[in-house]
Design a protein around this ligand. Sequence first.
Ligand code: AMP
Ligand code: MG
Length: 343
Amino acid sequence: MTLILKVDSSNPDKGAIAKAAQIIRSGGLVAFPTETVYGLGANALDGAAVKKIYEAKGRPSDNPMIVHIADKKALAQIAEVTPSAEKLAGVFWPGPLTIVLKKKKIVPKETTGGLDTVAVRMPDHLVALALISEADVPIAAPSANLSGKPSPTKAAHVIEDFNGKIDCIIDGGSSRIGLESTVLDLTSEIPTILRPGFITPEDVRDVLGSVAIHPGATGKVDEGNAKSPGMKYRHYAPKAKMILFEGEKEKVLARIAKEAKAQKSAGVLLFDDIPGISKKIKILVGGNTSNNIETQCRIYDALREFDTRGVDLILAQGIAPEGFGLAIMNRLRRAAGYSIVNV
Ligand code: AMP
Ligand code: MG
C-alpha cells in the first residue's frame, strides 16, 4: 500500500509532512516534489534504507544519489566544505545546483555508490524543505522514476511508476523547472559541470571565476570517460523511437513539418509551434517559442504523454545548446539515444 498525501505546495499541511517524515525516519521510502523533478527519498545516513531506493528504481548500485538538505549548515555534517562550496551555496541555495565534495564518514557507501565523494543540494521547494526538516536527517533522493524512464514532474508520473511499491507519495503539484539539477564537481582542479541544468555554466563562472564542462554534457559518454557513473547509463528515454532534429531553426521546423506529413502517426515535440501540424500529434514544450525557455521545461511530461498515446516514433525539435538550452539538449539527445539528424 502506498500512502498518497496531497498537500498545498505553498503551505504544506503539517500533519501530512509529519507522517511522511516518520516514514523516512523509520527507514521507508517517500517520493516528494522539488522544483526540479520529483525525488524518491530515504534517510541518507541509513544504508539499508537507501538500498531500497536502488531496488525500487532498478537503478545500478554504482549510480550515486543526491543528498538533499534543508539548511546550508547541514552541509558540514556530510561533506568537507570548501570556500567554493560556501560561495555557491550562498548564491544558489535553495536552488537547482548540486555540488560534489569529499564525503564525511557518516555518509554510507550505498548513498554515494561506493565513491568517496557526495553530491549535495538544498532544494527550493517548501514541501521538500519541510519534509527534510521534520525528518531531521539528510534525504538521499534520485529522480522518482523507474531507471531509464523520463523523470517525473508531477505526482501522476510517480504513481504510474511506483504505486504499491513504495511507502508514500507526496503530491505537491507540478515541478516548476521540470529538469534535474545542475551537477557541479568541486573535487576536480577546475570546477566541472557533470550534468547541465537550470543553473548554467555562465552562472557558475560568474561566482567562481572559472568552470569546465564535462564532454558528457553535450555528447555521448562511455565507461572510459564517465566521471559521474550516472552519465554512462541510457536515460530519460520514452518507449517510442525518437529522432532529434538539430540545426538552424527555420530549417529544422521545415524538415519536421515534412517528416510529420510523411509519418502520419508520429508524435511531434516542439518548442516553436508549426501551425500546419495537428494538435492531436504535437506537444509544445517550454512555452510557445524556443526564444523563451527561461523558466520551465515540459519535455519529460511530453515524453510520457507520447507513451500514453502509444506513438511509436517521436520527431523532436532541437534548440541552441546555450544557457538552459544546454541542459535541455543534453536530455533530448540522451532520450533519443543520440539519433540526431543535422539539418
Ligand atoms: P538523479 O538524482 O537520478 O538525477 O541522479 C543523480 C545524479 O547525480 C546522477 O547523474 C549521479 O551520477 C550524480 N552524482 C551523484 N553523486 C555523485 C558523485 N559523488 N559524483 C559524481 N556524480 C554524482
Ligand atoms: Mg534520474
